[in-house]
Structures are given as structure tokens and as C-alpha cells.
Design a protein around this ligand. Structure first.
Ligand code: DGY
Length: 327
């Protein structure tokens, strides 16, 4: 029997490739540092039964039109805004993602940014390395206390909830907004629901955990930054376009808020002339919130398992459009 044909759009851990190779004929973009060029990907897809994609690959009508046999697009990420899911569903192509396995790792990183931005860690590091540290000074690089402060979460899905759990260890009061109120989690964690504007007004630290959809694009913009405290620390580990980056840069520059920690950007990688990069009250990272070694390996193997399940006619662990699986 001929094996199904699969393309993997990046170099990924060998244990994940093996899972696919055992079930399919595999071709692979071998670079880790550069995404597969669009033309190469479009040349590959006409022969494919399965595609293992990364968040840097756009999977749209144009691509799927070229792939009459495509059955599964397995995205190696929890977010899947790079995929036109309705277009896949129309073609009965299953789309899968990699939730759960990265929840705790991303929540750790959100905390890392809350602390680093609030306590000016990166500015301190730069200060020491630049040889500017000449004496101890009372208010040198003084920041904001996380301990005992109010944390405002925008979004209380898996990752938002995991951040709330960590906040309890810092004896923070936690308030949240989510379009789906979760009274079970409120009771379990002792956290409080608020309308979004109230979260923005009341919180000392704000962390965003929503998926990118049309309704969340620029969810946080000028009006929202204006509501925040002057001492507020703002963190985004979700998707760049959820935040109006120009509004964020202006709010930081005008000291309308105290600091920010940003892992995701409207355009990735960020252009060299990005205004945020000129500011000393923002900590930036290159979209690495889920990047611990074990978690990235687990994400890759889960993406492989999702892909192989569909190719073998089984239900994948993480379908995004399960209606395609119903016959
Ligand atoms: C995701 O999985 O969506 C992240 O942004 C990368 O871990």
C-alpha cells in the first residue's frame, strides 16, 4: 500500500519526525531558522495528504486549492490564526493544534515578563553591563511590587487560569474579564469577574490571554491604555495584533503606563525601526513564551500525533474543526 504523503514545514525534533515517518512518506523543509518560502510550500502541496505547519506558514484558499488530496493541516502551535479554518472546513480538511502541553510554560513566561517589566530587570542588566553602576542609590531602577498587587487578566482560558494560579502564590488579588464568565474557576481560585474596562482601571498588572480573532484585533488600543493606572505594568504573550502596538508605544513613551513586557508583535520578526525598541520601559522577547525544551518537543510530538491520527482514519487528539470528523 502506498504511504500517505506529508510535508513538514520546518526542522522539528527528530522524535516528532519519526512518528510521522513511521506512517507516511515525509518531505521536510530542513532549516530551523528560516520558514519555508511560500513558493516552495506551494510547489509541495499538490501531492500532499497531510501538512505539518508552523504559525509562520499561511494556510489559505490559495494553498488549499492546490492540494486536492489534503486531509489534515496539523499546526504546531496552540494558536491557529495562520490558518483559514472555515476554508479548510469547506474542503473537509481537518485542522488540529497543540493546546494543553504548553499551558504551564506560557504561564511561567507571562510571570517572567510581569516580574521583569515591573522590576526593571532588563534595564538593570543593561545598566550594569554599560558600566553605569557607580554606587548604590535609594531609588535606582525602582519598580512596582508584584507581591500583594492586583492582577488583571484579559482572557481566562487555560493559560489565563494558569497565570491566576501562580498569582495566588504572590498573594495577588486577581480580577479577570472573559466573554465567557467562569464562576467555577472564580470559586476554585478565589478570583473576581469584572467588565473589561473595570479590569483595566483597577489592575496594577495586566496580562492578556485571548486568541487572535476579528473580535480581538486591537482589543487593547489608545482608549484602553488611557484607562490603565500610571503605575500599571502590561504584558502580552497571546498574539501581537490583539494589541495596537503604536498605541502601546505611545502609552509607554508618555509614561501613561509604567512598563510593558511583550513577547508577540503585530509584525514578526519586529522591524529594526519598531518604536517600542527605543523605549527603556519595555521588555521584549521573540515570541518564546512556550519555548522550554520539553514543551517545544512535546508540542512537536503532539502535532505529529494529530497528523498521523487523521491519516490513519482516527480521531486526532486536538481537532479545531471537529465537525469535519462527523460523517
Ligand atoms: C502558540 O502555540 O500559539 C504559541 O504562540 C507558540 O507557542
Amino acid at each position: 500500500m502506498t504511504k500517505p504523503r506529508v510535508y513538514i514545514t520546518r526542522k522539528i525534533p527528530e522524535e516528532a519526525v519519526k512518528i510521522v515517518r513511521d506512517a507516511a512518506e515525509v518531505r521536510n523543509w530542513e532549516r530551523e531558522d528560516i520558514p519555508v518560502p511560500r513558493e516552495t510550500l506551494l510547489r509541495e502541496v499538490p501531492r500532499l495528504d497531510g501538512l505539518l505547519s508552523l504559525l509562520t506558514d499561511r494556510v489559505d484558499d490559495e494553498l488549499m486549492d492546490l492540494a486536492p488530496d489534503l486531509k489534515i493541516v496539523s499546526n504546531l502551535a496552540v494558536g491557529f490564526d495562520n490558518i483559514d479554518v472555515p476554508a479548510a472546513t469547506r474542503r473537509r480538511i481537518v485542522v488540529t493544534n497543540t493546546p494543553d502541553v504548553l499551558t504551564e510554560t506560557v504561564a511561567d513566561f507571562a510571570f517572567c515578563l510581569l516580574l521583569a517589566a515591573g522590576r526593571r530587570l532588563v534595564a538593570g542588566d543593561a545598566y550594569v553591563r554599560a558600566g553605569k553602576w557607580k554606587t548604590w542609590a535609594l531609588m535606582l531602577l525602582a519598580g512596582q511590587d508584584l507581591y500583594g498587587a492586583t492582577l488583571g487578566l484579559i482572557g481566562l482560558g487555560r493559560i489565563g487560569s494558569a497565570v491566576a494560579r501562580r498569582a495566588k502564590g504572590f498573594e495577588m488579588r486577581v480580577i479577570y474579564y472573559d466573554p465567557y464568565r467562569r464562576e467555577d474557576i472564580e470559586k476554585q481560585l478565589g478570583i473576581e469577574y469584572r467588565e473589561m474596562n473595570e479590569v483595566l482601571r483597577e489592575a496594577d498588572f495586566i496580562s492578556v490571554h485571548v486568541p487572535l480573532m476579528e473580535s480581538t484585533r486591537h482589543l487593547i488600543s489608545h482608549d484602553q491604555f488611557r484607562l490603565m493606572k500610571k503605575t500599571a505594568v502590561f504584558v502580552n504573550t497571546s498574539r501581537g495584533p490583539v494589541v495596537d502596538q503604536r498605541a502601546l508605544a505611545e502609552a509607554l513613551q508618555a509614561r501613561q503606563i509604567f512598563a510593558a513586557g511583550i513577547d508577540v508583535f503585530e509584525k514578526e520578526p519586529v522591524p529594526d525601526d519598531e518604536p517600542l525598541l527605543k523605549l527603556d520601559n519595555v521588555v521584549v522577547a521573540p515570541h518564546i513564551a512556550s519555548a522550554s525544551v520539553p514543551t517545544r518537543v512535546r508540542m512537536a510530538t503532539l502535532a505529529a500525533e494529530n497528523l498521523v491520527a487523521v491519516l490513519q482514519g482516527k480521531r486526532p487528539p486536538n481537532p479545531v474543526n471537529p465537525e469535519v470528523l462527523e460523517r
